[in-house]
Design a protein around this ligand. Structure first.
Ligand SMILES: [Fe+2]
Ligand SMILES: [Fe+2]
Length: 284
C-alpha cells in the first residue's frame, strides 16, 4: 500500500478525560438541537450507535495492538482505547436520558450490537480494524464540521453542547490511530480499505435513516413535514449541508496515499479545549 508520510502532529496528545456528564430528562429540552425534532433525533440516533460502536473500535484496535510502531505508538493506542471507553460511558448516560424521554435508545443500542457481533463473527481481525478505520473517518470529518461550524454549536442547548464539543475534540485528536495501526498490519491493502469504507457507508446510512424514522415515529413526529424539510435541508443543502458539505473530505479517503492528518486541524483542538475547560470551570 502506498504510505503517506503525514502523521499525527506533535502538538496533539491523545489522552482520555473523564467528564462525568449528567443528563436530566426533565431539564434537557425535548428538542435540544436546532429546537427541532428531526435534528435532535438525528443526533440522538448517532448517540445510540456510540456505546457499542466505540467498544467495537476499542476491541478491533486492542486485538492488533502488537503492530504498534512507526507512526503509531503503544501510548497512542492506550490513549485511543481510553478516549473511546470514556465516550462509550458518557453516551450511555446520554442515551439513558433519551430513553427516559420515551425514545428507543436502548433498543437501538441492542440492534447495533447485533450488527457488530455479526461483524465480529464473520470478519478477520484486520477486516474488523478496516471497519473501524472507515468509521473513524466519519467521526473525524463530522467532528471537524462540528468544531468549525458555529451554527451547529450555537444551536445545541447548553446541557448538550459540552458532550458533543468534548467528543469532537477527542475524535480529532485520535483520528489517525486506527488508520496508522491498520497500515502496520501485514496484508493491509488499499482495496480492502476501500471495500470496507463502501460497506460501512451503506450500512451506516441505512441504520441512521432507520433510527431517524423510528425516533420520529416514537416521538409522534413522523408526519411533521416541516421538521423533515428543515432537517433534510440542514443535512443535505449542497456545500452548506452538514453532511453533503463533507463530500470532498469523505472522498479523500479513497485515495491511495490518503492520511487523516492531511486535513490538518490541530489548531481547532487547542481552541476548543480552552473553551471546554472554560465552560467546565464556569459550571463547577
Ligand atoms: Fe469516540
Ligand atoms: Fe474515535
Amino acid at each position: 500500500m502506498t504510505r503517506s508520510t503525514i502523521a499525527t502532529p506533535d502538538v496533539i496528545t491523545i489522552k482520555p478525560t473523564r467528564m462525568d456528564f449528567t443528563f436530566d430528562a426533565d431539564t434537557v429540552p425535548d428538542y435540544w438541537a436546532f429546537k427541532d425534532p428531526f435534528c435532535t433525533h438525528f443526533m440522538g440516533a448517532l448517540s445510540t450507535l456510540f456505546p457499542v460502536g466505540e467498544r467495537f473500535f476499542v476491541d478491533s484496535v486492542r486485538a492488533l495492538h502488537e503492530h504498534a510502531g512507526g507512526a503509531v505508538t503503544s501510548k497512542d493506542i492506550s490513549g485511543f482505547i481510553g478516549q473511546e471507553a470514556m465516550h462509550s460511558l458518557e453516551h450511555v448516560s446520554m442515551n439513558a436520558m433519551l430513553e427516559a424521554k420515551g425514545l428507543p435508545a436502548l433498543q437501538g443500542e441492542k440492534f447495533t450490537l447485533g450488527l457488530l457481533n455479526l461483524a465480529r463473527r464473520i470478519l478477520t481481525p484486520r477486516q474488523q480494524l478496516a471497519v473501524t478505520v472507515a468509521l473513524e473517518h466519519f467521526t473525524a470529518i463530522i467532528a471537524n464540521r462540528l468544531l468549525t461550524d458555529a451554527n451547529i454549536m450555537d444551536n445545541l442547548s447548553d446541557e448538550m453542547r459540552p458532550i458533543w464539543m468534548w467528543h469532537a475534540i477527542e475524535e480529532t485528536e485520535h483520528k489517525a490511530v486506527a488508520f496508522d495501526l491498520y497500515q502496520n498490519v501485514p496484508g493491509n491493502n488499499h482495496a480492502e480499505r476501500v471495500v470496507f469504507q463502501v460497506l460501512a457507508t451503506v450500512i451506516l446510512a441505512a441504520v441512521v435513516a432507520a433510527f431517524q424514522v423510528w425516533f420520529m415515529a416514537r416521538d409522534k413526529q413522523l408526519f411533521n413535514l416541516r421538521s423533515w424539510a428543515f432537517g433534510l435541508k440542514t443535512l443535505f443543502n449542497g456545500r452548506a449541508g452538514v453532511l453533503s458539505g463533507l463530500a470532498g473530505e469523505y472522498l479523500d479517503f479513497f485515495k491511495r496515499d490518503f492520511h487523516p492528518w492531511e486535513h490538518e486541524n490541530s489548531a481547532l483542538v487547542a481552541y476548543w479545549r480552552e473553551r471546554l475547560d472554560g465552560a467546565r470551570a464556569q459550571a463547577a
